[in-house]
Design a protein around this ligand. Structure first.
Ligand code: F6R
Length: 618
């Protein structure tokens, strides 16, 4: 969604703001703007479209000030346009905002009735008017005026506010939208996500809901004062982020997505590090953030997630049932609120979210806790909203994922869920030490097997070239191969804009088989995972309707190779592995296939149209 950067320093602010915004491009946006204090005034530059348009506008009107705010907007209220781009201005005040002001209609009517003329269709402009009015009414300081304005609004927000009346101050506030503060050497920066501040500093403070930060320059001194909106002082020591700036860059790959696909072996190593005790055949409890007693006090595991994370959750369900023998269910985050779901204290809800900020998943977490359920978050972003709203958090440690289409976050979620299932199974006595050891050991081999699987990148590009004209694709899988098929189809849809459906292989004859003809590539996920014989039979059914087979199987599987050759299909393989972990590998060729199709088509791989990385609206 939208991105915010705010800077107080001694060097020109606008290059820092634009560089920070560039690091937030992955969040999705359709316009951008900056406001900088300049010679007693506020200079504002905004542009529709990519940041290069803002760059061009800034090149025509360079800004010299050293205190400023910047924003990338992903339209929610009002179409993408320069007038709707942030910052929004009222009197001496400029505001950037991420989130949604829920009572915007009532406030707009009230302000219009008292003579305010709006320059945009946005909910954000309301905040600018409220702050400006509070100043005019004698609030006494920008900090006091922002506090007064926040007392009027409800909803989700992260805001950064400037006022001509205080040229050395930025006031920030947040509720339900992320905001992180960076403490640099003689400068302060804030942003909606870590990559935007890494080239300035690695020392960060995560603002919590209901908190404000007042960044102030007094001569050569820089101060960041934290307080709650209701006025209590907050003291929080900075945390050091170990993501290097280079980690947030493309590292020589053409796109972030490709880099992130190739980073998966390292990401899985980081996810596993320090969490597996091979001698005991167990997972280290402290890492899960849940007390052991929960394992035996629950009757059900209820996964909630959206999109790719929901596919990972579906795999989690298979593992929890198979290894821990606990009934498990998966619900899409956006549907929970329409289900009137029944949660009880005997439920363990697992909220899976790479960003940790997805509004639908967060709402489900709140509903679950209200029903008395315990909640475990599986998330990638430290201290994000979902882990904070949960009883425990199991972080995936994949590092920043910049490509909008999730890849390394997906496979690290799979690894985290398999570890969780082992932890649960061991505590419930349903998983023997020997079996646990063999599953965990298989997991430790995944990074090296992934490295081997990723060596096929060039041949998968050729495969993508052969199927580039496809208008529709079908992905089939059985067992955990089913969520992998769903994930493969989602990746193709998202970035190459080819219509693709994922189906349980057993469902093929209940409908989608009608779609198959000689123009339809059908990807069949059929490694040696215990379901091979049945899934392989789908190959013949597809070929009988002249579909073009792309089989994803196990390297060295002669039977599959012969079958695929007989049906004139394509074969992609992954190295042999234990059945429990094989689908951490089968998804890799599907990610690569979607990537190369998109790249060959020339789409905007890292920022596909209409998509946002972090979906903080309903
Ligand atoms: C697809 C993708 C999305 C997200 C979904 C949930 O590639 O990334 O489907 O998985 O928007 O996001 P998180 O995991 O942040 O809750």
């Amino acid at each position: 969604m939208c991105g915010i950067v705010a800077f107080v320093g001694t060097r020109p602010a606008s290059p820092v703001l634009v560089e920070g915004l560039r690091k937030l491009e992955y969040r999705g946006y359709d316009s951008a703007g900056v406001a900088v204090h300049a010679g007693g005034d506020l200079a504002i530059v905004r542009a529709v479209g990519k940041l290069s348009n803002l760059d061009a506008a800034l090149a025509k009107a360079p800004l010299a000030g050293t205190v400023g705010i910047g924003h990338t907007r992903w339209a929610t209220h009002g179409r993408p346009s320069e007038a709707n781009a942030h910052p929004h201005v009222s009197g001496p005040v400029a505001v950037v905002h991420n989130g949604i002001i829920e009572n915007h209609v009532a406030l707009r009517h009230e302000l219009e009735a008292s003579g305010v003329v709006f320059a945009s269709d946005t909910d954000t402009e309301i905040v600018a008017h409220l702050v400006s009015r509070a100043l005019a009414a004698g609030a006494g300081s920008l900090e006091a005026a922002v506090t007064a304005a926040l007392g009027r609004v409800t909803g989700a927000y992260a805001i950064a506010v400037l006022s001509k009346t205080e040229p050395d101050v930025i006031v920030l506030a947040k509720d339900q939208s992320p905001l992180v503060l960076g403490i640099g050497e003689g400068e302060l920066i804030a942003a909606s996500d870590i990559p935007a501040i890494l080239s300035t500093t690695r020392d960060v403070v995560f603002l919590q809901d209901g908190e404000m930060a007042i960044l102030r320059r007094t001569g050569a001194t820089f101060e960041a004062k934290l307080r709650t909106v209701s006025g209590e002082p907050v003291t929080r020591a900075p945390k050091r982020i170990d993501w290097s700036p280079a980690q947030a860059e493309k590292g020589g790959f053409k796109h972030f997505m490709l880099k992130e696909i190739h980073e998966q072996p390292r990401a899985i190593e980081d996810t596993l590090r320090g969490r597996i005790d091979l001698t005991a055949g167990d997972v280290v409890s402290q890492e899960l953030g849940l007390e052991d007693a929960i394992a035996t006090s629950i009757d059900r595991v209820y996964f909630v997630a959206c999109g790719t994370s929901a596919h990972a959750a579906m795999a989690g369900r298979y593992w929890v049932e198979a290894l821990a023998r606990v009934p498990a269910t998966v619900e899409i985050g956006s549907e929970v609120r329409y289900r009137e779901p029944v949660f009880t204290p005997r439920d363990l809800v697992i909220a899976v979210s790479q960003s940790g900020e997805t509004s639908d998943t967060l709402a489900a977490v709140k509903a679950a806790r209200a029903g008395g359920a315990r909640v475990l978050a599986i998330a990638n972003v430290l201290d994000s909203a979902i882990p904070r709203a949960s009883d425990g958090a199991f972080y995936t440690h994949a590092g920043p994922e910049i490509g909008v289409a999730s890849t390394k976050c997906f496979t690290t979620q799979l690894a985290a869920m398999l570890m969780f299932a082992v932890w649960l199974g061991r505590r419930r006595g349903s998983l023997s030490v020997e079996r646990a050891k063999s599953v965990l050991e298989a997991l430790t081999h995944v990074p090296s097997l992934m490295r081997e699987a990723l060596e096929d990148d060039a041949s998968i590009r050729l495969l993508a070239k052969r199927h580039l004209k496809a208008r529709d694709m079908l992905f089939l899988g059985r067992g955990i191969g089913f969520p992998i098929a769903l994930e493969g189809a989602l990746k193709v849809k998202e970035i190459s804009y080819v219509h693709a459906e994922g189906y349980a292989a057993g469902e093929m004859k209940h409908g989608p088989i009608a779609l198959i003809d000689d123009a339809m590539p059908v990807v069949v996920v059929c490694p040696r995972d215990g379901h091979f014989e049945k899934t392989a039979s789908n190959l013949a059914e597809v070929r009988a309707r002249e579909g073009q087979i792309i089989a994803v199987g196990t390297k060295g599987d002669e039977e599959l190779a012969n079958l695929v050759a007989k049906h004139e299909g394509d074969l992609v393989t992954v190295p042999p592995s234990a059945p429990e972990v094989v689908h951490l590998l089968t998804v890799l060729p599907l990610q690569l296939l979607s990537y190369h199709m998109a790249d060959l088509k020339g789409t905007d791989v890292d920022q596909p149209r209409n998509l946002a990385k972090t979906v903080t609206v309903e």
